[in-house]
Design a protein around this ligand. Structure first.
Ligand SMILES: [Zn+2]
Length: 346
């Protein structure tokens, strides 16, 4: 009986012990809660402007603007300003879209003739100072006097080139300052020679197209033959500009298109404004396109070339830079009373 009671007690304790739940051998009752929301809280929107100081500016360095590194002067002998549209010279007209130009008040010297006019153009000096008061090739008379732009360019170490259609233009600059001097006799061969020189590189080049003047003397200015010669020259100009483009030189080259004089009635004897008026057109880096209103004298070409290339202006020069072409204020120091420059040889 005693053994039965003990067994009964054991069974009772096993089945109903109040400590059963705490027994380590019994499974724990676990309440599984849903996982906590762990998404990153979205910051509340505010329309507070970001302080300017927190904006980091882009660090792109702008490419420096191209500078004038070389100059080419294209002179069409005897080209009147009204012939450009009449011809028409389509390549020049296209170039003018990006050029500063004067087709109304630019004039040559009082003795409007090929050699004296070109001497004033490249020397910056009136005839009395450069000494070229004759329109023929007088070898014994030597060369244009004074400091001309070929002197300055050559002294600066530039390769200097002169391609002309008339042999008397040899007197424009000394052989010592012209690394290349070539004579060709029509627009196509002058242009081809210029293109060859562009391929070799240059600092200063003067290119002279002879035929419009020659035909003008024979058949008159503004006639069909005269205009045809200008179209031929315009075709050469197109090839020269294309050569500058293809060689990558265009954007750093100043191009000046001008003339030595105009003409009328088979001559340019200085009896009409059409003999004196010349086109003056410049394009290239630093040039501000548009019409120039300032009076331009042919001697200003040398001064403008020097200004563009950073050469010093010469104290005795009669020409001044055409500052208006660079977007600078007009400077008019030519005496208004002097209608025709360099009148001492008139
Ligand atoms: Zn001429």
């Amino acid at each position: 009986m005693k053994r039965f009671v003990i067994l009964f007690l054991c069974l009772f304790l096993t089945a109903s012990s109040p400590w059963q739940a705490a027994s380590p051998s019994s499974p724990a009752v676990v309440t599984v809660l849903p996982p906590a929301q762990t998404a990153t809280p979205v910051p509340a929107y505010t329309n507070t402007p970001i302080p300017a100081t927190e904006i980091i500016p882009p660090t792109i360095t702008p490419a420096p603007a191209p500078k004038i590194e070389r100059v080419i002067i294209l002179s069409f002998d005897g080209m009147r300003t009204d012939a450009i549209a009449a011809a028409p010279m389509n390549n020049l007209l296209e170039l003018m879209n990006s050029s500063a130009y004067n087709l109304t008040t630019a004039i040559t010297i009082a003795y409007p003739s090929t050699l004296p006019s070109h001497a004033a153009m490249l020397s910056g000096l009136c005839t009395a100072k450069n000494g070229i008061f004759y329109n023929r090739y007088f070898k014994y008379m030597g060369y244009s006097q004074g400091v001309d732009i070929f002197d300055l360019a050559h002294a600066a170490g530039m390769r200097t080139v002169m391609i002309v259609g008339k042999d008397k233009l040899r007197e424009l600059a000394e052989p010592e300052t012209t690394d290349v001097f070539e004579i060709r006799h029509d627009e196509a061969t002058v242009g081809a020679a210029a293109v060859e020189q562009i391929a070799q590189g240059f600092g200063l080049m003067f290119v002279h197209f002879p035929s419009a003047d020659q035909v003008g003397h024979k058949y008159d200015w503004m006639g069909g033959s005269y205009l045809l010669m200008l179209r031929n020259g315009d075709e050469a100009l197109g090839k020269i500009v294309a050569a500058l483009d293809e060689s990558g030189l265009r954007e750093s080259t100043m191009i000046i298109v001008t003339a030595d004089h105009g003409g009328h009635d088979g001559n340019h004897d200085g009896t009409k404004i059409e003999d004196f008026r010349i086109p003056w057109i410049v394009s290239g880096p630093e040039i501000v396109p548009g019409e120039i209103t300032a009076r331009i004298h042919i001697m200003d070409t040398a001064a403008t070339v020097a200004y563009g290339l950073g050469f010093p202006q010469q104290d005795d020069w009669d020409g001044i830079p055409v500052y208006e072409a660079f977007g600078l204020p007009r400077l008019e120091i030519h005496p208004e009373s002097v209608q025709w420059p360099c009148h001492e040889w008139n």
